[in-house]
Design a protein around this ligand. Sequence first.
Ligand SMILES: [Zn+2]
Length: 334
Amino acid sequence: MQNNWRLPLLRAYYWATLPARRRRLRTWAADGIAPITILFYHRVHEDRATPWTTHPRAFRRQIAWLLDHADLVSLQEAQTRLQRGNFSCRPTVAITFDDGYEDNLASALPLLIQHAVPCTYFVTAENVLRGLPFEHDRAYGVSPRPHTAAHIRDLAASGVEIGSHAWSHRDFGALDADTTRREFIDSRRALEDIISAPITRFAFPFGRPENAPPHAIALARECGYGAVCTAYGGYNVPPCDGFVLRRFHGDDPWIRMANRVTVDTRLLDVPWGVAAAAMACDANRGIPPAISQARSPSPAATSDALALSHVAATPLEVANPTSNRPSEWDAAVP
Ligand SMILES: [Zn+2]
């Protein structure tokens, strides 16, 4: 997922900026505008057969570090904090999975369940119900099995939240409105039949901006979903309504995960930091003024972020964090 020659540079950058990150997070937390990071994984297996397969050792290390250093929250709690403010001085992180690979039963899911780590598991309904391997794996010459319906039922009973990853894992940027609606509704019904409980969240297959166009996001809301997830990176900054949730991919290197969850300012939408991001969020998403006033960023938060703006110019992990150009997005994954 990432050129490995960059990792030593990223490691040096991370340790050099960590004290400033901790100070900044405390300032943001005091104002309730601490960003929330959502990670998504696909498959955890030793073979690392595809770019979206994470090694079990790397996954264990990431979860162990997060248990020690972060608030691990459910997507429901992440949405609540986005609406009411996030006052935690620790990195706030939610864990999700996409697709629905049986291999995750071997180590990843038992680890999360054992440590009571909240997890939302986005499943493609057709693959589960018909036992179909995923097309995107075939290009790598592998066909890992999807879960069975019984697996999904057991996971839900174990406290894992099940979400929809569409009926047929298609690019929603290429679907007409009727097909989009059917994908939303059919997948939800099928998964609700399996777990006998409501399905309230959706993750767009492929998840790039072009795969999650505004009309599809609006249709998801119209169809009754309470949140949709994208998959091209980015932080979630309160206050906002938390309907569209941005996610980073959980790649193998620990340093990439640690760098992201402690908030790398270069990955914020605006170069001068989270304070302005929060204001942009208010303006763009129609947040009630009461919330905006209660959570408006302090001058200290703004000046602290400004003081660090020189760091944002260092092109280590992203080419240009000051615009929404594809160069700053995560690598494409299904
Ligand atoms: Zn997918």
